[in-house]
Unconditional design. Structure first.
Length: 127
């Protein structure tokens, strides 16, 4: 069962019709479900977040949800699938690599590819 705060956000979304935070709400729900070891429901929430972010043309929200989905798949041994979906979306970005989300995505991509992350990819800027 999602926390009360998440239920309040869902209710607000339904009552007001405001959908701005809907993708993020489903992504956070997926994280909570994953932490509770309900991987099937978590995966469904991540897919829902991805779908909503795509409809809203929000590449950052889509990337955030895909990073979570890729982590889940990686934990299930679906390394190639995780690498492929994350690689496609990460490839859209040509700037902003100092953002924590893009840094996390790059580290995960390296891990999925079997490469060790370089020092700057662990949050330290390149010199």
């Amino acid at each position: 069962m999602p926390p009360k705060e998440l239920l309040k956000v869902e209710e607000h979304t339904e009552v007001t019709g405001e959908r701005l935070d809907e993708a993020e709400m489903h992504r956070v729900r997926g994280q909570l479900l994953y932490a509770l070891h309900d991987t099937a429901a978590a995966e469904a929430s991540f897919f829902r977040a991805i779908s909503i972010a795509q409809r809203q043309s929000s590449r950052l929200l889509e990337l955030a949800a895909v990073v979570n989905l890729a982590r889940l798949w990686h934990s299930q041994g679906k390394r190639i699938e995780a690498r492929d979906i994350l690689g496609r979306i990460f490839g859209w970005f040509g700037e902003g690599f100092d953002m924590p989300l893009l840094q996390d995505a790059k580290i995960l991509l390296n891990e999925l590819a079997g490469a060790a992350p370089r020092v700057w990819e662990r949050g330290q800027p390149a010199s």
